[in-house]
Design a protein around this ligand. Structure first.
Ligand SMILES: *Cc1c(COP(=O)(O)O)cnc(C)c1O
Length: 430
């Protein structure tokens, strides 16, 4: 069977395939650039592993308190090497990205301090961590105040507003690299560096933290290389490479990471405790694969952007735009469009391909939400996944794909579903 027949046997019609082939042919240069960055980042990861003399002894499981967990301590040095920082915490006890951000914030803020967001409202789950929405145990309950400066109309930082917002109590600035599920551009590492330099000129001891979720290995430098005191993320996104079954990381300046460690375990214990159980090999191997996994996800995002843009849908980022994270949004303008898209992504999954996702009233959301995820790790969004709130403008957010070929299949399947339901038409020549 040749490749076209193989796609056909999976339900992709020749017309959809023909159209997609022409889109893909036009992306050679983009894909080459993505591969170039992956190659660089692969070397960066291997070098950090070699510099720290990673050996199979580091894959051994530890239990109980986890004193002298050599694998854990070395892994943290490897992460510090990759991110160019003095120190790092990389733990299965950091349950998720939100938890890692919470530990980084609450470890470094004290009553009377103020937290500043220079990019408007932060990621949804941080609203309750900070206390923007009333929440038990929030930073607000502990006497940490919060201020935000909204982005300017064009999506750039409001430097004048930020200068005015920084005062004597401003202790920490939290910068969100990825747009997440907001309608604004994602920041490049260079832009983040400019902001940090600006803020530190006003207040040299301001702690600058970057929510690095979805951004790792998209560029060849990380925010910690342009002045960030801490970078924080989830291991079931980019840097876990699809193999980490749980976990988060905080990398940065030694004093900041130490304070976070005393919050994660207990004052006096800090980083000395916390068994890695049997997870170290997955963490090392996931980090090792991460640059190429991220490259696959990026190719999927660029392919989808160009394919759906060509069909007349609004896509963010645009097909030709430079990428700074792995998230792609596509606006379909109708509930049927986002539902068909998500059902296509699900139908292409290696796990649970036989289930049909439907919108449901998820707690904490003001509209029904549909989610497509056929993942090996629950909630993993470095694996091909999509979700959309069923409300105008009816945009779907999708990300991930452990391999480019799987991301491609998912996107072809989504287009197939939309086309079969008459929700889009293919150009005449196909
Ligand atoms: C995913 C994400 C988070 C939260 O991570 P979870 O692991 O889902 O808790 C925070 N910020 C951004 C920008 C994210 O994309």
């Amino acid at each position: 069977m040749n490749l076209d027949h193989m796609y056909e046997s999976m339900g992709i019609s020749p017309r959809v395939l023909g159209f997609a082939k022409d889109i893909e042919t036009g992306l050679k240069d983009r894909f080459e650039a993505i591969d170039g960055r992956a190659e660089y980042n692969q070397l960066k990861v291997v070098k950090a592993m070699q510099d720290n003399r990673v050996s199979d002894i580091h894959f051994a499981a530890t239990t109980g308190y986890g004193y002298n967990d050599l694998g854990r301590d070395t892994l943290e040095q490897v992460f510090a090497g990759v991110f160019g920082t003095e120190s790092a915490l990389v733990r299965p006890q950091l349950i998720s990205g939100t938890h890692a951000l919470h530990i980084a914030l609450s470890g470094n803020l004290r009553p009377g301090d103020e937290l500043l967001s220079p990019n408007g409202k932060p990621y949804d789950t941080l609203e309750e961590v900070i206390g923007i929405r009333e929440s038990t145990g929030s930073l607000k309950e502990y006497g940490v105040s919060y201020r935000q400066v909204d982005l300017k109309e064009d999506g750039t930082f409001d430097f004048a507003g930020i200068e005015k917002a920084i005062h004597e109590k401003t202790k920490l600035m939290t910068i969100q690299r990825s747009k997440g599920y907001a309608a604004r551009p994602t920041f490049s590492v260079e832009q983040i560096g400019e902001l940090i330099a600006f803020a530190k000129k006003i207040k040299p001891d301001l702690i600058c933290m970057v929510d690095n979720c979805y951004g790792e290995f998209v560029e060849t430098i990380e925010p910690s290389e342009v002045g960030a005191d801490m970078v924080v993320g989830s291991l079931i996104k980019n840097p876990g490479g699809g193999l980490a079954p749980i976990g988060g990381y905080i990398a940065g300046r030694r004093d900041c990471i130490d304070r976070a460690s005393f919050r994660l375990s207990a004052p006096g214990l800090g980083r000395e405790v916390g068994a890695s159980l049997g997870l170290n090999q997955s963490f090392y191997q996931g980090l090792f694969l991460s640059p190429t996994v991220v490259a696959g996800a990026l190719k999927g995002a660029v392919f989808a952007a160009n394919l759906y843009e060509r069909l007349g849908f609004l896509v963010v980022p645009g097909g030709r735009e430079e990428r700074h994270d792995i998230i792609q949004s596509i606006t379909f303008g109708s509930p049927e469009g986002v539902i068909a898209f998500c059902q296509g992504i699900q139908a292409a999954a290696p796990v649970d391909s036989f289930v049909t996702p439907e919108p449901w009233d998820m707690p904490g959301y003001d509209a029904p939400v549909i989610m497509a995820a056929g993942a090996f790790v629950q909630g993993s969004s470095i694996e091909l996944s999509a979700d959309a709130p069923i409300k105008p403008p009816y945009a779907v957010y999708f990300q991930g794909g452990l391999t480019w070929y799987h991301a491609k299949l998912g996107i072809l399947m989504s287009l197939q579903k939309l086309w079969e339901k008459g929700l889009c038409s293919l150009p005449d020549q196909y």
